[in-house]
Design a binder for this molecule. Sequence first.
Ligand code: FAD
Ligand code: SF4
Ligand code: SF4
Length: 391
Amino acid sequence: MGLFSGKPDQKKGDMYYAWTTDSEIEKKAECGGAVTSLLKFALEHKMVDAVLAITKGQDIYDAVPTLIKDPKDLVKTAGSLHCGTLNTAKLVAKYLDGAKGMKIGMTVKGCDLMALQELAKRKKVNLDQLLLIGVNCGGTVSPVLARKMITEKYGVDPDTVHKEEIDKGQFIIEYEGGHKGISIDELEEEGYGRRSNCRRCLYKVPRQADLACGNWGVIGEKAGKATFVEVCSDKGADLLSRAVKAGALKTEAPIPKGLEIRGKVEGAMLKLGEKWRKKDFAALSADPWGAIKKETARCIKCYSCIENCPVCFPVEEKMKGKQYMVKPGEVPPNPMFHLRRFAHISDACVNCGQCEELCPMEIPLAKFSHAIRVEGDAEFEPKLGKSTYTN
Ligand code: FAD
Ligand code: SF4
Ligand code: SF4
């Protein structure tokens, strides 16, 4: 059976509450296990050759990408890891030959999805070979900051925490002997909470995936036990239709009030994103050159920002050819090292935050490149619209 065949009962634009019929998946899943069941079904029925998903490594702060070929192993990927700040797009390009030789099912956050699209433009990834299950994303918390926040703000030893979740605007932890939730607003006012790129992100429901899945809007007795699924493509409709027919998962129509709530929460998150953009970019606009010069003076030229940027290939290729970006042997490098990189990615920065997250010198690189991208879009491509494309 091919990746896309048959006439689906479900169609693009449909919305459902969905949950798994597999009790093992249900136990481990975040909100009813529809996502894991869909990926398992796709693998079992050879709609894909492998699944790229995220699994818990050493602890809840350690999100590990994993390629799964045996459907029974998929259960270990169930559950949401909010300290999973990684971006999976470059992995597909770098280690899986851009999915050119195999069909891959993937769970994607908005920034994973946009990075895949940028890579497809550069012919580094073949989107036709991918089956993309999008997860709504309110944001992720850096693992290092999460441990600090749990120690200082929650007064809990981070090593005793066995579960975290984000629910109703709170970051909630479960640990040996109790649980505690603190509002994200309060955490962020005090410098904890989501990564700064996530605060500015406007891509909350990844509607360019095949299915967009999340918990916003699931109310009533299914709250916490089902996932809200929005069908975004014919490929997604086909997968959902076949999985439901085969009994891998169940669906029901969403409660109208739930639909309304989902719309309101998404709207509120977009407003919050706009607020953070204003705040971050206003602070920068007073003296952008000065800010870049001052912050990048800590650079040790480790190249982590280049290595981990999902859209930064040509620079890497140039470096292999020994055409250096700046004069070798100087640390910190001339600020042009950074300006050349910003110029090179400025039309494509998806604000995934990898550069900033993985910079050992804590230079706010994502803020700089995101500001350039947003200003460039507003100046030269205003019709693209913020929430439709730019993260
Ligand atoms: P499961 O069957 O439990 O499957 C979860 C899938 O997510 C697995 O495939 C797993 O590999 C993958 N995953 C886990 N962590 C990550 C990660 N860090 N990056 C990429 N993939 C990951 N829904 C909302 O409505 N609002 C939100 O604000 C929201 N924020 C989220 C933030 C994150 C970081 C994640 C991962 C999910 C978020 N979701 C949000 C989606 C929600 O938590 C559930 O994932 C969704 O409802 C599907 O539930 P499920 O039981 O069907 O998924
Ligand atoms: Fe989620 Fe957006 Fe942050 Fe990516 S940048 S992790 S999509 S909030
Ligand atoms: Fe410099 Fe940080 Fe980039 Fe390393 S990751 S090269 S320290 S800016």
